[in-house]
Write a protein that binds this ligand. Structure first.
Ligand code: B12
Length: 300
């Protein structure tokens, strides 16, 4: 069985098998430049995997042989029925890794944005999982295992995205100091990469000083800070405004979000924006990239 990994290419025959059309259809898509491909020295068309996935997502094609594209967890999963947070909750609760990853990757292949998938399916399923830990050790085991499976699912989505273009602006971020939560920041990185950014995720428990240094080293235009822990948010509150101001004076924008700040105003001045969902982050980052492009940012 041919299983594809990042950076690999597919022949027209392989893509045709994956989506259940004739090889000549795929060749036509390539020749009419609906799909970008290159030719080998021998004149054979080769289609980058990420480009094949982009085309499938934008054209609503079904994928009867997802394993050819590297989505092995979708093997044998019917291409009908909606992926719901209830189904994802049940798969996560039962530790059914492949089923859970399939439920997250299928809507992606069907064209759903990563922000939408994470704001709805993932967040709601984990919210439900979060009620279990109150019922003792078994619930805690389920919760930790569920987070691990979700991390794998989000990594799958990120791997399926095109590499950022050489001129892509950089975004860097993480979760606040003393905040152990892994997923939100990893999701933010995937969302930003889908929006064309070069995203650098520093992960959980990232002090502001580390984030500031990383932003300078990477020449980041956008900095995100996630906070899910109430204690961590309390510590941060008084320091956010001067952190944002420093970033602003270097020409960067700070975006904060996360459940610890939900429902409460966060003060951080002009260089900071408080957002409430990954969809909002997606829209904000796309807007910033578009306005930078039209103003030739950075001006030299
Ligand atoms: C997994 C989990 C943990 C794991 C995390 C594992 C890991 N390494 O990641 C661990 C075991 C560490 C943990 C610990 C605790 N947890 Co906990 N945890 C969860 C759980 C189940 C899922 C969180 C998650 O990852 N969700 C997925 C992400 C993607 O969704 P999200 O966090 O909601 O983020 C969304 C938005 O906020 C936004 N967003 C997030 N970040 C950012 C950033 C930017 C820039 C933007 C724009 C948007 C944005 O977009 C996201 C997607 O929509 C939640 C349940 C829940 N309802 O959230 C409980 C939950 C948050 N935990 C809870 C509790 C009580 C605890 C503990 C106190 C338990 C204990 N007694 O020890 C500790 C506290 C730890 C601490 N230091 O703060 C409670 C919080 C109750 C409250 N205060 O409201 C919850 C709600 C469970 C519950 N129902 O009781 N937890």
């Amino acid at each position: 069985m041919a299983v594809r990994h990042m950076n690999e290419t597919l022949s027209p025959r392989e893509l045709a098998d994956a989506v259940g059309v004739s090889e000549s259809s795929v060749k036509r898509w390539v020749d009419s430049e609906r799909i970008c491909a290159h030719k080998t020295a021998g004149g054979h068309r080769r289609i980058p995997r990420d480009e094949a996935i982009r085309y499938i997502r934008s054209s609503g094609l079904q994928v009867p042989r997802p394993e050819i594209l590297g989505f092995i967890e979708l093997l044998g999963m019917p291409w009908t029925g909606e992926a719901t947070s209830g189904a994802l909750y049940r798969a996560l609760r039962g530790g059914q890794r492949d089923c859970a990853i399939g439920l997250v990757t299928r809507p992606f292949l069907e064209g759903g944005g990563i922000a939408w998938i994470c704001d709805t399916l993932l967040r709601d399923a984990l919210s439900e999982i979060g009620t279990l830990w109150q019922h003792g050790r078994e619930g805690i085991v389920i919760e930790h295992r569920a987070v691990d499976i979700c991390l794998q699912a989000v990594a799958r989505l990120r791997d399926a995205l095109p590499a950022p273009s050489p001129t892509a602006a950089t975004a860097i971020g993480g979760a606040a100091a003393s905040d152990p939560y892994l997923l939100a920041s990893q999701v933010a990185a995937a969302v930003l990469q889908e929006g064309g950014w070069r995203a650098v995720n520093l992960g959980p428990d990232t002090p502001l000083e580390v984030l500031a240094r990383g932003a300078r080293e990477q020449e980041a235009r956008l900095v995100w800070l996630s906070c899910s822990s109430d204690d961590a948010a309390g510590e941060l509150r008084s320091r956010l405004a001067s952190f944002a101001e420093d970033l602003g004076s270097e020409g960067r924008r700070l975006v904060v979000g996360g459940r610890a700040w939900a429902g409460r105003p966060v003060r951080g001045g002009k260089a900071m924006t408080h957002l409430h969902s990954m969809a909002e982050l997606d829209a904000f980052a796309r807007g910033l990239a578009a306005s930078d492009a039209s103003s030739d940012y950075p001006r030299t």
